[in-house]
Each structure stands twice: as structure tokens, then as C-alpha cells.
Design a protein around this ligand. Structure first.
Ligand SMILES: [Mg+2]
Length: 320
């Protein structure tokens, strides 16, 4: 059983209450307490030593990543974070200085986005060190972006360059796209949004599933990062493979932890978006990589081929 199958099994029939507007299955839960212009966003996420970082990672970067992952999910809803709780599990004995440096990294990012860290829990861990965060945020009621809003005919866009985040170390230093997502939600009719944590193909599939649609990607439009090109060799359909047998294009499609935004919007708005984007976020790319179609499935088009894409996103573990 893989992680997605386990989540599906565990979340079936979980209790909801009157304030639960969106429960499991999106980047954040959406809660409506009434009487406010905004909804509350609620999210938890964890980083585990040996899974999300290794022993050579700078402790500040571990703290940065732990909070950044949650903030990226708040961004994916078009929201802004407000508060965080931190649970840390430590093998005994532990290095106090190392733990304090992890907190310094987390605090620096929290300060940057005006997130208050308002409590938490420390515990001994018989296994690996882990850091689990719960983050709250807000989103204007009429600007909340879900995975389920993609419509046939929409253009599919992504920010930044994709792939190679683990080999380049970018997974420890990325900045959550909070300002970009809020700007998009404010100025454009964005239909669906998700942050890219498990790989373009896997995450897009979540949008397609939630929206009941299919998609066609244009191979030449996928923005492949320099790290993915270097690690993956060529960009062709199977030749010149790099480490782990992936081409550069396959890396951009399936490598996890890019923490960029993927969103869909009316195709007629794409030119206005790419034009005004440059004035706002000139240092960051945004580009159209394909379109939403009727039906289901994910197809990849290139010169002389149009194939159904069976590449999965990054799957964290295999269980029985
Ligand atoms: Mg997410």
C-alpha cells in the first residue's frame, strides 16, 4: 500500500462538524466560524530525519523547511498564515545547540511572514528526530482556491523551474509562494490551485481527480530546472538517462519538493497574466504548460507523440 492509498483508507468517514467547509483532501482544511469576511485555514505537516533531510543539512534549514512546507500549503489556498504550533521529537541524548539552531531557522521564516509561534510540545523519540507543525491562516471567503475548481478549457500554469530540488538542496531553502498566490487570487479568476510537493504529475493528478477532468501537457513547455537537466542528462524520451534512470523531463514531471504553484485559469487571461506578472515578480518565471480537457487522465504531447502519462509523483513509502 502506498501513502495515497493509506490516506484514502484513513480519511474515509472522518467526523466533520458544522464549521467544516473543506475537510481532508485539499492543501488545507477550510473552517467557517461565521460572521467574518475570512475563512480559517488549518494545516499540519512534519519533517523527519532521514526522510525529509539528512544529517549534513544545516539545522537552520531544517527549521526553515518544516515551516515552509506548511506555508506553501497555505499559499496554495490563496491564504496568509497567522499562527503555528510546533511539536519536536528528539532522540536522547540530543545536541541542545543543534535544536536551538533548528528553532532559529523556523523563527526567521516565521518573522518574515508575520507568523506567531504560540505553543507546542517536546517529546523524546525512540527513533528519528522529527518536527511537526500545525499552522493556521486566513483567506477571504470569496478568494479561497481549491483543487476542485479546474474546468475544461482552462490553461494550466506553473511558477518557477521544476525538478532536481533534492539533488540541488533547494528543498531546504525554498521560499513559499505566499505573495504570488495572494496576488493571483486577488487579480485573476484562478479556478484551482495546488502547491507542488510530490511532483508535477502526481500533484496535477490530485487537481484532476478533485475536479473530475483530464489534462494535456506540452512536453516542450515544462520548465526544467538546471539541477534536473544536470542530474537527468537529456530531455528526450528515454535516451541519455541520468542517475535513477530518469530523463531531465521525467525529473521535472516527477521529482518532489519543488514547492512551486500549479494553477488553472481561463485560457483567455494567460497573456494578461504573464504580462503583468513580470512587473510584480520579475525574478520568478510563470508559464502555461498545458490545458484542462473533458474526461480523465493525464496526457503528454510532444513532437510526434501524444502518450498517456503513467509516471507517478514521489511516493514516500511502500507498506503491505
Ligand atoms: Mg500541498
Amino acid at each position: 500500500m502506498n501513502e495515497l492509498e493509506l490516506i484514502e483508507r484513513l480519511t474515509a468517514g472522518l467526523p466533520r462538524n458544522a464549521s467544516t467547509r473543506v475537510g481532508c483532501g485539499d492543501d488545507c482544511a477550510v473552517l467557517d466560524f461565521g460572521g467574518m469576511d475570512s475563512w480559517i485555514l488549518f494545516k499540519t505537516d512534519a519533517v523527519v530525519s532521514g526522510v525529509h533531510f539528512d544529517s549534513v543539512a544545516a539545522p537552520e534549514a531544517v527549521g526553515h523547511k518544516a515551516l515552509g512546507r506548511c506555508l506553501s500549503d497555505i499559499a496554495a489556498m490563496g491564504g496568509w498564515p497567522t499562527h503555528a504550533l510546533v511539536t519536536i521529537g528528539l532522540p536522547v541524548p540530543f545536541d541542545v545547540e543543534w535544536v536551538q539552531r533548528v528553532y532559529r531557522g523556523m523563527q526567521a521564516m516565521a518573522a518574515e511572514y508575520d507568523v506567531a509561534i504560540v505553543g507546542g510540545e517536546t517529546t523524546a523519540s525512540p527513533g528519528a528526530m522529527f518536527l511537526s507543525l500545525a499552522v493556521m491562516g486566513t483567506v477571504p471567503r470569496d478568494r479561497c482556491l481549491l483543487r476542485s475548481g479546474a474546468r475544461p478549457g482552462d490553461a494550466i500554469l506553473v511558477t518557477g523551474d521544476l525538478g532536481g530540488s533534492l539533488v540541488s538542496g533547494r528543498h531546504l531553502t525554498f521560499q513559499p509562494r505566499l505573495a504570488e498566490a495572494r496576488w493571483l487570487a486577488t487579480h485573476f479568476e484562478v479556478h484551482a490551485m495546488i502547491d507542488l510537493s510530490d511532483g508535477l504529475a502526481g500533484d496535477l493528478r490530485q487537481v484532476l481527480k478533485a475536479s473530475g477532468v483530464g489534462a494535456e501537457l506540452l512536453a516542450s513547455a515544462i520548465p526544467i530546472s538546471a539541477a534536473a537537466r544536470k542530474a537527468g542528462g537529456g530531455v528526450g524520451g528515454g535516451e541519455r538517462m541520468g542517475a535513477q534512470g530518469k530523463t531531465a523531463l521525467e525529473r521535472a514531471l516527477t521529482d518532489g519538493e519543488d514547492f512551486e504553484l500549479l494553477f488553472t485559469m481561463p485560457a483567455s487571461d494567460v497573456v494578461r497574466l504573464t504580462d503583468t506578472w513580470r512587473g510584480q515578480f520579475g525574478g520568478l518565471k510563470v508559464g502555461c504548460i498545458g490545458r484542462i480537457i473533458e474526461g480523465c487522465g493525464l496526457h503528454l504531447r510532444g513532437v510526434g507523440f501524444n502518450r498517456s502519462l503513467d509516471l507517478d509523483g514521489y511516493v514516500h513509502f511502500q507498506g503491505t
